[in-house]
Design a protein. Sequence first.
Lengths: 73, 163
Amino acid sequence: MATQIVMDRTGDTRHNFDAKNADALLKAEERFTELTGAGFTAAVRTTSGEAVVKRTFDPNAEETLFFPRLVGG
Amino acid sequence: MLRQLLRNAKERLRLFLSECGRRARVLRVSLRRQPDRIDPSSRFAPGFRYGYWEGEARGLELLKEWLSPEQFAQYDANSYFEVTGCHSGKRYRISHGTSMNIHELDGAGRPRVGWCFAPKGHLVAGDVMLAQKIALETDERGVLAVANKFFVQTGRRNTLLHH
């Protein structure tokens, strides 16, 4: 089971999906496009634990984290 | 002059506490009148939500999942952790918080200058610190270009340097 984690004011919202299911994968890709289009950054963790930013949807990512656009405080 | 500053600060604190007390009284009265009208998802006091602590806890859990073992140990012991900027190799200290919580460190590990940036919107502290960590580790130049810089405290007031 793969997960897309979207940061929000409640902490986060998690969308779990079966990466082997074509429909679920398509929906996950649409969510990725929609969020990154809205300014969110998508990041995944490598096996060594390092964070990597993804500009395109990675169907093999087990966990993708989305956080809103960064602005000066 | 110092006395005057202290007097002003004391007066502001008094006003702030009195306003907090007033709001608490209003809230208590309104809840007593309409006990069944509390919607868990709604805001019932400015800046505070029902379920606030649950959100904070969830944010911290997520942060801890993404920290390296060294960063996790550091955060657990000191409420801050350090990251390395991907472009300059500089070290940054991210302290628990949501704003003005990033310090660039010098070679001796002392705070040199502060940086302020955060994800847009109202996010919990764990989420903010995680976004700051990922940004510095993957797009240091990009994020510092939008950040505001501030002097670190050296016994005098912090001053914002507009970028």
